[in-house]
Design a protein around this ligand. Structure first.
Ligand code: PLP
Length: 447
């Protein structure tokens, strides 16, 4: 009974706002993942204020936030250092249409943290960053096709909205209407963590493959670590074939340490970081400190393809705007504080282990995948290492858990595939309260 432990005072105002939103905004939301479609439908919660680890909805209910805006809000809401940077930027004018010194400062910070990026370009979203890496890879190699991994999400540009095709190396079928088959046929999808499937795809389409695109640590069908040898095998196979390796680090960069997954000492033991360095990298989310941003970069000779130096065109009226860049600089500065990631790891362990124990105590099958301060909960008894295994989990149980948590003031993403993100604003008290809520939820679910 979802209302057993109701602590929030109901959400009549959210429901009213949702009805109103439906009249003016398609589906009532500006991104489909915000709807509650995947957790039984109804009005999503309309938030009106965030502070630290909390946000408040339109009815003044308070929630502990594990959504973190799908990842960017790693410092919690309204972090004073970021807020001050945004205010300063606003006072000086938010957009010039000219280069600024801030962009150089920020590019230098990113390059220091992610040395595979000799040259950087700022854009406005993760989608744009990924989309452009593909264009640049095609321009550089003179080839058209890309290989991606099933279940990895790379934004909503035509080419990467292709996930499906059961079994290895099937030609892509679009996930969305409005994408011509001619485009989908330029994408080959293979299972994550499966080097032989990638090699098979390369042996079939190799001379046409411009790039292999991957989330080096997956964040989009839960948090999934590459198996030992997977990234090495991927990079070696791509290189043998003359294809570029593109890492989509939109979720992963600055998530687990001050750097990207490609420079993360927490990759499977024995990973040779030099052997898994990508040619191009796409960034977004955290690097904007909560304002819109994306960035891409890579080896200088490849980035030379980009206009105005080269023939691959990419532009942006808003790109590199001083507000986003200032917020990004401030966010990275705050993340440099000693102990930041150790603390996220400690809280992540407390939360992840606690959830697993509580589920177990109530006889609920739950697999928790955790990488430092990010984790995912899969209602199943098997490990989750690829998209098939993530799909083969109990969505109805997740939906019930999601609602039981929401009623107790704990906000998760409304999808069984999304991660929980700890922020630097979370404390042990928040985690303890969350575990108590989870214990009650599991108890109700077990009945
Ligand atoms: N790449 C990854 C790995 C993502 O998770 C996302 C968004 O969730 C994107 C790209 C797209 O980024 P944006 O939503 O900023 O366009």
């Amino acid at each position: 009974e979802p209302n057993l432990f109701k602590q929030t005072a109901g959400r009549p105002h959210s429901e009213e706002l949702y009805r109103e939103a439906l009249e003016h905004i398609v589906g009532g939301v500006n991104s489909p993942s915000r709807s509650f479609k995947a957790v039984g439908g109804g009005a999503p919660v309309f938030m009106k204020r965030g502070q630290g680890a909390y946000f408040w909805d339109a009815d003044d209910n308070r929630y502990i936030d594990y959504l973190a805006a799908y990842g960017p809000i790693i410092l919690g809401h309204a972090h004073p250092h970021v807020t001050a940077a945004i205010c300063r930027a606003a006072e000086n004018g938010t957009l010039y249409g000219t280069p600024t010194e801030l962009e150089i400062t920020f590019a230098r910070m990113l390059k220091q943290a992610i040395p595979s990026m000799d040259k950087v370009r700022f854009v406005n979203s993760g989608t744009e960053a990924v989309m452009t890496t593909i264009r640049v890879a095609r321009a550089y190699t003179g080839r058209n096709k890309i290989i991606k991994f099933a279940g990895c999400y790379h934004g909503h540009s035509d080419l990467v909205l292709v996930a499906a095709g059961s079994g290895p190396s099937t030609l892509g079928i679009p996930d969305s209407a409005g994408i011509p088959n001619s485009i989908a046929h330029e994408v080959i999808t293979v299972p994550f963590n499966d080097v032989p499937a990638l090699e098979e795809a390369l042996s079939r389409w190799g001379s046409d493959v411009a790039a292999v695109m991957v989330e080096p640590i997956v964040g989009n069908f839960g948090m999934v670590m590459p198996k030992p040898g997977f990234l090495e095998g991927l990079c070696a196979a791509a290189r043998r074939n003359g294809s570029l390796v593109i890492y989509d680090e939109v979720i992963t960069a600055f998530r687990f340490h001050y750097g990207a997954a490609q420079t993360f000492a927490g990759l499977p033991e024995g990973t040779d970081l030099a052997a898994v360095e990508p040619d191009l990298t796409a960034l977004g989310k955290i690097i904007g400190g909560g304002l819109p941003i994306g960035a891409y970069g890579g080896r200088a000779e490849i980035m030379l393809q980009v206009a105005p130096l080269g023939p691959a065109y990419q532009a942006g009226t808003m790109a590199g705007n001083p507000a986003s860049i200032s917020a990004g600089i401030a966010c990275l500065e705050a993340l440099q504080e000693p102990g930041t990631y150790e603390r996220l790891d400690r809280l992540g362990a407390m939360l992840g282990d606690g959830l697993a124990q509580a589920a177990d105590a109530h006889g609920i099958a739950l697999t928790v995948n955790r990488i430092r301060g990010a984790l995912s909960t899969h209602f199943c008894a098997h490990p989750v290492t690829n998209y098939d295994e993530a799909q083969d989990t109990d969505g109805e149980q997740f939906a019930l858990f999601f609602r039981l948590m929401l009623e107790q003031g704990i906000c998760l993403a409304p999808s069984k595939y999304e991660a929980w993100f700890l922020t630097t604003a979370h404390t042990e008290d928040h985690v303890r309260a969350t575990l108590e809520a989870a214990d009650r939820a599991f108890e109700a679910m077990a009945q």
